[in-house]
Design a protein around this ligand. Structure first.
Ligand SMILES: Nc1ncnc2c1ncn2[C@@H]1O[C@H](COP(=O)(O)OP(=O)(O)OP(=O)(O)O)[C@@H](O)[C@H]1O
Ligand SMILES: [Mg+2]
Length: 313
């Protein structure tokens, strides 16, 4: 779901909104207001908003008792400004027609070798349990197909069709990689930006969710596709070079920043949406059978897949 939110509050609400991937409504047309009722400036800000705009408020203990006594719906108020507490309240408060469910997800990173292909293959396996998944390998490596125990395809036969690519074309060249998962693209060449965008659109015609294993965020194909997908996952390490690279990146608004092999809660001044632990044993076991990653890293993937499932509903 992509919500546009009006913030009336301070740094903790801003950081919760960032961690939840909410887009700030800068054009004055929000779907929802997120208000900190514990401070006067925020109260004044909220008083200016249209009365019909749905609101989620962070309140103090005394205000919570007042809200209960007045019969204010419990789901609209929270005494915590943590993303985990606010997320479900926000999801419940936004009117159905304002929701746009996430169906296409771009997995990219400021630098290479951070675990994108591993993440895509593991999200695909988990999401495919409940919905059809199309994986697009924009990298030209075939790594995601390898992790899915499959052959992978090639962009070669699609490049000439880029201007008129349909879901059917993609389905013809796609490779089945287990129940509910199809893959298009792979070695030996990466997709051009034009083909990457065409494939992202076409795959949505034939699958419920589309996951794109992309090159780094500075790559022209990743830049082009980031304009058309519903959700961007930006995976990064927390070493000094990665942090500097992230700082130099114009991360798209609403992207989920994910710390890889890290416990960092924030990177380059931005809140991490989630972090994935380092788990060499689980990766080695998965590589041995070209199967899903288990262990602590697998639980991290489970959690992200669940969040995407909520985002997609
Ligand atoms: N959380 C993790 N714990 C341990 N090892 C990991 C983890 N994530 C990734 N790796 C290791 O990093 C390697 C690179 O991962 P992967 O190929 O998925 O990265 P990538 O970002 O797709 O790289 P490329 O730039 O080559 O496309 C994996 O083969 C694995 O050995
Ligand atoms: Mg890769």
């Amino acid at each position: 779901m992509t919500f546009r939110v009006q913030l009336c509050g301070g740094a903790d609400l801003r950081s919760a909104a960032g961690a939840l991937g909410l887009v700030l409504a800068n054009d004055g047309k929000p779907d929802l207001a997120l208000i900190d009722l514990r401070d006067d400036a925020s109260l004044a800000c909220a008083a200016e908003l249209p009365p019909t705009l749905p609101r989620v408020a962070v309140v103090g203990e005394a205000q919570l008792r007042l809200a209960r006594a007045l019969g204010v719906p419990g789901r609209a108020v929270s005494t915590s400004s943590e993303p985990a507490a606010l997320g479900p309240l926000i999801a419940a408060a936004v009117p159905r027609e304002a929701r746009r469910s996430t169906r296409s997800v771009l997995i990219t990173s400021p630098r290479g070798g951070v675990g994108r292909s591993l993440l895509v293959s593991n999200l695909a396996r988990r999401l495919a349990v409940t919905r059809s998944v199309f994986v697009l390998d924009l990298t030209g490596t075939g790594a995601v197909a390898w992790w899915l125990g499959s052959e992978g395809g090639s962009w070669a036969e699609l490049e000439l069709l880029a201007h008129e690519l349909t879901g059917e074309h993609l389905a013809v060249v796609a490779v089945e990689a287990g129940p509910g998962i199809r893959i298009a693209g792979g070695a030996p060449r990466a997709a051009t930006p034009r083909l990457a965008v065409a494939a992202a659109r076409a795959a949505l015609e034939v699958a419920e969710m589309v996951l794109l294993d992309a090159p780094t965020i500075a790559d022209p194909a990743a830049v082009a596709v980031s304009e058309v997908v519903d959700r961007i996952l930006l995976l990064t390490y927390d070493d000094p070079v990665s942090v500097a690279t992230l700082a130099a990146t114009t991360a798209p608004e609403g992207a989920w920043l994910i710390a890889s092999q890290s416990r960092a809660a924030s990177l380059a001044g931005r809140d991490a949406f989630r972090s994935l632990p380092s788990d060499e044993a689980a990766v080695a076991a998965a590589a041995g059978r070209r199967g899903p990653v288990g262990g602590a890293l697998g639980r991290g993937y489970d959690e992200l897949a669940e969040l995407l499932r909520i985002d997609a509903s």
